[in-house]
Write a protein that binds this ligand. Structure first.
Ligand code: AMP
Length: 233
C-alpha cells in the first residue's frame, strides 16, 4: 500500500489485546519498511500444524487460551531474532506478553549490542493499540481466514462477497481454534492479568506510545507510520 523504505528501523513491539489489529498493522509496517513480522502465535500455530516437538508441547495450552511456558518461548524467539532478515529491524507481534518476557527481551537485546560485528540494534519502540472491550469481542468472534491464501476477513466489518468463502480463491473460510467464544474470555483475562504489567514496564522505561485502535484501520496505520518516522528523523 505505501511506498517501501529500506532503511534501518530497529525493533518494533506491538502490544494490545487479542483482536486489537496487531497482525494487520504489523503486516503494513512490514510492507513499508521491509522488515519481518514475527508473530509468536503464528510460529506456534505452524509448529502445531507440523506436529514438531514444540508444537506437541504447546498444543493443549494454546487450545485452552493460556500462555505457553517461557522455557518453550525463549529458545523459539531467540532463534528467530538471530536470523539475518532481522538485522535491520523486525516487528514483534504477540511477544512479550508478560513483564518477565519484556525483561528477558531487554537482556537479549543488550547482549546483542556487544556482539561482533555489532548489529544495527536499538531499544524497541513499543506501540500499544487501545481498543474498547465490546469492539474486541465483535472483532474476534467475526474473524475468519482463508486457509489457502491467508487473507483475513471479519463477518461483521469486512465480510467476503459470498458467505464464508474467500473472494480471491473461493476456499471455505475458517475460524481460528482459539477465536471461539469459550476461548476468548480466558484469552482476554490472560491479557489483562499478564500483559498489563508489560504495558507498565515499557511505560516506566519511557518507550511506550499509545495509539487509539478504535479508529479506522488506515488511520491507525497512519499514526503508527508517523511514530516510526518521528523516531528515525
Ligand atoms: P496470538 O496469535 O498472538 O493470539 O497467540 C495465540 C496463542 O499462542 C496464545 O493464546 C498463547 O497460547 C500462545 N502465545 C503466543 N505468543 C505467546 C507468548 N509471547 N507467550 C506465551 N504464549 C504465547
Amino acid at each position: 500500500m505505501a511506498q517501501e523504505i529500506s532503511r534501518d528501523i530497529g525493533p518494533v513491539v506491538l502490544l494490545g489485546p487479542p483482536g486489537a489489529g496487531k497482525g494487520t498493522q504489523a503486516k503494513r509496517i512490514m510492507e513499508k519498511y521491509l522488515i519481518p513480522q514475527i508473530s509468536t502465535g503464528d510460529i506456534l500455530r505452524y509448529n502445531v500444524a507440523q506436529a514438531t516437538e514444540l508444537g506437541l508441547k504447546a498444543k493443549a495450552v494454546m487450545a485452552r487460551g493460556e500462555l505457553v511456558s517461557d522455557d518453550l518461548m525463549y529458545p523459539m524467539v531467540r532463534q528467530r531474532l538471530s536470523q539475518p532478515d532481522c538485522k535491520r529491524g523486525y516487528i514483534l507481534d504477540g511477544f512479550p506478553r508478560t513483564a518477565a518476557q519484556a525483561q528477558w527481551l531487554d537482556v537479549l537485546l543488550e547482549d546483542k549490542l556487544f556482539e561482533n560485528p555489532r548489529p544495527t540494534q536499538s531499544w524497541p519502540i513499543v506501540i500499544c493499540l487501545d481498543v474498547d472491550y465490546n469492539e474486541l469481542l465483535l472483532r474476534i468472534t467475526g474473524r475468519r481466514s482463508c486457509p489457502t491464501c491467508g487473507r483475513i476477513y471479519n463477518v461483521h466489518f469486512q465480510p467476503p462477497r459470498n458467505d464464508e468463502v474467500c473472494d480471491l480463491d473461493g476456499t471455505k473460510l475458517v475460524t481460528r481454534n482459539d477465536d471461539r467464544l469459550e476461548v476468548i474470555q480466558p484469552r482476554l483475562k490472560a491479557y489483562q492479568e499478564q500483559t498489563a504489567p508489560v504495558v507498565d514496564y515499557y511505560q516506566r522505561t519511557g518507550r511506550l506510545v499509545w495509539v487509539n485502535g478504535d479508529l479506522p484501520m488506515d488511520e491507525v496505520t497512519g499514526q503508527i507510520f508517523r511514530i516510526l518516522e518521528a523516531r528515525h528523523s
